[in-house]
Design a protein around this ligand. Structure first.
Ligand code: AP5
Length: 215
């Protein structure tokens, strides 16, 4: 099963993708995490993506599509994947459909986690992340020991692009370039809207119920 998690920055896509991946065994593919990994390792892709990410803009489609295609073509994605942060433009959505069609597959479900704009800034400014991509929040999902990951004890960090100015631009870019995908997937009958203002557990339960429906 191929699932596309849609939603604005801070909606909870990464949080839910980790939980669903643990529960369903689906591989979690986060385009943002892959870019950040490349950035950390100073790869040519990381260097190309750096400026866009720092400004809160989207990395160009050709680079992003090639990167995700490479990841999706690995053997662990043959039975499905949970895509978090991709696609983010109509061109990326068309490329995803085309690459899955090449492998006789298709997108099965697009949960759209909706959260009002005013909540997004509070969520992103209180977010702390572990080296492995596990996500915490000072108020809504605090780690057991402040500043340390519950799973491996590694130090938590705040993302560079969670600075207030960059967050504002990421939200603006989302509404301009990614929000049109809501209608795109609605027209295909794949969209299920999930109320992202509920607790993390409630959002997770709604997502799992939506996945059960299409199994
Ligand atoms: P990316 O890493 O994908 O960031 P994003 O989409 O902006 O999403 P976030 O990771 O910020 O938020 P999220 O929805 O995952 O929320 P989270 O679970 O962390 O992209 C970063 C950059 O990479 C982009 O700006 C772009 O430059 C580039 N990029 C990536 N993909 C690209 C693509 N396809 N094309 C081009 N460029 C691309 O939750 C947020 C906080 O809220 C956490 O603290 C969490 O604990 C808390 N929280 C979660 N759920 C709840 C809840 N229900 N109640 C209360 N708090 C909650």
């Amino acid at each position: 099963m191929y699932i596309v998690l849609l939603g604005p920055p801070g909606a909870g896509k990464g949080t839910q993708a980790s939980l669903i991946s643990e529960k369903t065994g689906l591989v979690h593919i986060s385009s943002g995490d892959i870019f950040r990994e490349n950035l950390k390792n100073d790869t040519p892709l990381g260097l190309e993506a750096k400026g866009y990410m720092e400004r809160g803009e989207l990395v160009p489609d050709d680079l992003t599509i090639a990167m995700v295609k490479d990841r999706l073509s690995k053997s662990d994605c043959k039975q499905g994947a949970l895509l978090d942060g991709f696609p983010r433009t109509p061109a990326q959505a068309a490329a995803l459909s085309a690459m899955l069609a090449e492998w006789d597959k298709a997108v099965d479900l697009v949960p759209y986690i909706s959260v009002p704009e005013e909540e997004l800034i509070e969520r992103l400014s209180g977010r702390w992340t572990s080296q492995t991509g596990r996500v915490y929040h000072v108020k809504y999902n605090p780690p057991k020991i402040a500043g340390r990951c519950d799973v491996d004890g590694s130090p938590l960090f705040q993302r560079e692009d969670d600075k207030p100015e960059t967050v504002k631009n990421r939200i603006k870019v989302y509404f301009q370039q990614t929000a049109p995908l809501i209608d795109y997937y609605k027209e295909q009958g794949l969209l299920v809207e999930i109320d992202g203002t509920q607790s993390i557990e409630e959002v997770g339960a709604d997502l799992l119920a939506a996945i059960e429906q299409v199994k």
